[in-house]
Design a protein around this ligand. Structure first.
Ligand SMILES: CCCCCCCCCCCCCCCCCCCCCCCCCC(=O)SCCNC(=O)CCNC(=O)[C@H](O)C(C)(C)COP(=O)(O)OP(=O)(O)OC[C@H]1O[C@@H](n2cnc3c(N)ncnc32)[C@H](O)[C@@H]1OP(=O)(O)O
Ligand SMILES: NC(=O)C1=CN([C@@H]2O[C@H](COP(=O)(O)OP(=O)(O)OC[C@H]3O[C@@H](n4cnc5c(N)ncnc54)[C@H](OP(=O)(O)O)[C@@H]3O)[C@@H](O)[C@H]2O)C=CC1
Length: 515
């Protein structure tokens, strides 16, 4: 019997960010392994014209939850959506709901965050810092609370090269930042943002670091753990391999490469690609929840959920695995054949951006215009280049994260828990994982049918022929122009022709002799 699964039985659990990538997988695993849990409260906001109920209905009826419905048929009754917006005071939660949350909650998993790299500081602070502060305040009023698990990121201290499982203080106290944002206007905030974030690349990593400091300072009387995952990718094993539902991290890049838009990327091939499957993060999170509540460590424990030091894979290998998978399972209606490459040099990157990204987009838009359609490729390509520029920081560096606490936690689990809540990335086979990831992107993100693979392969063959034809035509035109203008080009041409003629004559003569 799994001790962790038994621990969550009968518990009332509060999850923020349950509609997000990580939150959904967390909820799924909880229902599947502890179907006898009492209730999961989720803080949800109405979004994109959908009510809370519609959003929850959509999640529960997705493929991700198919297994849950078998083991926990009354899952609809055990999930309690609470209308909340983390940007508002008291999260805009009604008095009755707040009362219920405060009196019943046993465990909190705080996953909600803005993960956009370019969010204005004010918004990123509101969600990643102030909301965390408010949730801690709520937690301190919960008499039955056993553990508060805060999801941060391994990149909260990406300005360092070696990162330990400790909180590193930021130069300016989070409280001071929150206070000053109340009276500073947006223009001034924009101006001081680069100075505040210092040597971090964006507001996301900076505000996640501030969020950790808030947890450290204001959660002293609570049982808290912090999880720091690296780049979260598709599921490895559970509930099935390859599930993914958003474009963050590598998923969007896999689409861009598979559809032939992304042809070159400024990345350091040997830098560690610290990907971590989302189900591994969830297993570690649930194990940490159990450990924090049952063993009550004296201080806040931080767990690095990374793959680099236990089972490293670099970007070159990962890129090659992705490209190899496209051969077997190509994406439909590709713009060009998938054939991306890494460059390390900024100048050659700019050259490839112009030649491989922008030029084909401009030519295609010209063709669209000629055929009376609206041009769109250049705009799309510019957005892709902007996204890539935001990711470049993370694919040109390697970090070392110590994992002593994570390894300690693994050793504390019973053999059954090590199996059911497996977070040992040493067992991960990267090739197999990437193949399933690409397949998952095709099925769950692009919603493409496997039956369309022969047609997609046919399309790629046609693109290859167009590519050869285009290159040959271009070569002949340039050559023709050169011959017309340069004596040297004419001489080279005559030399090549006479060489080919002699070679053919020799070949014919020798084969005649053999007979
Ligand atoms: C020789 C061999 C060679 C082999 C070569 C092989 C190559 C082979 C293939 C590749 C192999 C693998 C290599 C992969 C490298 C990846 C590295 C990942 C590092 C991640 C580090 C993460 C570390 C931290 C982890 C964390 O702790 S947190 C989680 C990470 N957080 C994020 O990843 C948010 C990022 N995003 C944003 O920050 C915003 O998205 C923003 C970008 C500002 C745009 O913002 P904006 O322009 O306003 O527009 P949007 O509305 O957002 O998007 C506008 C449009 O772009 C779409 N789109 C949004 N995103 C992405 C995205 N990624 N990728 C693509 N598209 C995207 C969106 O669908 C919309 O399309 P549409 O609907 O218009 O059609
Ligand atoms: N994905 C990754 O690669 C990594 C993620 N992390 C961390 O993991 C956690 C989860 O990330 P992930 O699931 O990928 O992110 P998502 O963007 O998929 O999910 C974010 C969640 O936060 C919720 N949220 C955002 N703003 C509000 C708001 N104002 N009120 C209520 N809810 C809100 C979203 O709700 P809604 O659906 O309404 O938008 C959504 O449920 C984050 O803390 C992130 O920092 C850490 C490392 C890597």
């Amino acid at each position: 019997m799994s001790m962790i699964a038994a621990f969550y039985g009968g518990k009332s659990i509060l999850i923020t960010g349950a509609t997000g990538f990580l939150g959904k997988v967390l909820m799924e695993k909880l229902f599947r392994t502890s179907p006898n849990l009492k209730v999961i409260y989720i803080l949800v906001r109405p979004k994109a014209g959908q009510t809370l109920q519609q959003r929850v209905f959509q999640i529960l009826n997705s493929k991700l939850f198919e297994k849950v419905k078998e083991v926990c048929p009354n899952v609809h009754e055990k999930i309690r959506p609470i209308c909340a917006d983390l940007n508002q005071n008291d999260f805009g939660i009604s008095k009755e709901d707040m009362q219920e949350l405060l009196s019943c909650t046993n465990i909190i998993f705080h996953c909600a965050a803005t993960v956009r790299f370019d969010d204005p500081l004010r918004h990123a602070v509101q969600l990643n810092v102030t909301a965390t502060q408010q949730l801690l305040q709520m937690a301190s009023e919960m008499p039955r609370l056993e553990a508060f698990i805060h999801i941060s990121t391994a990149y909260s201290n990406c300005n360092l090269k070696h990162i330990d499982e400790v909180i590193y203080p930021c130069p300016v106290e989070p409280k001071k930042i929150i206070d000053s944002l109340e009276w500073l206007d947006d223009a001034i905030v924009d101006e001081i943002t680069p100075k505040l974030i210092g040597d971090r690349p964006n507001t996301y990593t900076y505000t996640k670091a501030l969020g950790e400091m808030v947890v450290h300072q204001e959660g002293r009387n609570l049982n808290i753990a912090i999880i720091r995952p690296s780049i979260v990718g598709a599921t490895w094993q559970e509930p099935f391999p390859g599930w993914v539902d958003n474009l963050n991290g590598p998923s969007g890049m896999i689409i861009a490469a598979g559809k032939g838009f992304l042809r070159s990327l400024r990345a350091t091939p040997m830098a560690v690609a610290d990907l971590i499957p989302v189900d591994t993060v969830v297993n570690l999170t649930l194990a940490a929840g159990w450990y924090t509540a049952v063993h009550r460590p004296k201080s806040t424990l931080i767990y690095h959920c990374t793959s680099g030091n236990l089972n490293p894979c670099n970007w070159l290998k990962m890129g090659l695995y992705v490209l190899a998978t496209f051969e077997k399972v190509p994406f439909e209606k590709a713009f060009r054949r998938p054939n991306a490459d890494f460059t390390t040099n900024i100048l050659s990157n700019q050259y490839w951006n112009a030649v491989s990204h922008l030029a084909p987009a401009i030519i295609y838009d010209f063709y669209l215009r000629l055929t009376g359609r609206k041009p769109r490729m250049t705009k799309l390509m510019n957005r892709l280049l902007r996204t890539i520029s935001m990711l470049e920081y993370f694919i040109n560096r390697s970090w070392e994260w110590s994992t002593a606490n994570t390894e300690m936690l693994m050793s504390e689990l019973s053999p059954e828990d090590q199996r059911v809540f497996n977070f040992d990335v040493r067992q991960l086979n990267w090739l197999e994982y990437i193949e399933n990831y690409v397949l998952g992107v095709k099925k769950y993100l692009l919603k493409e049918d496997m039956a369309g693979i022969p047609k997609a392969k046919q399309h790629l063959k046609r693109l290859r022929n167009i590519h050869y034809l285009f290159n040959t035509a271009l070569f002949l035109i340039i050559w023709r122009l050169l011959i017309a203008r340069s004596q040297m080009a004419r001489n080279i041409w005559l030399f090549i022709v006479s060489f080919c003629y002699k070679f053919l004559s020799y070949f014919r003569a020798s084969s005649t002799l053999k007979v």
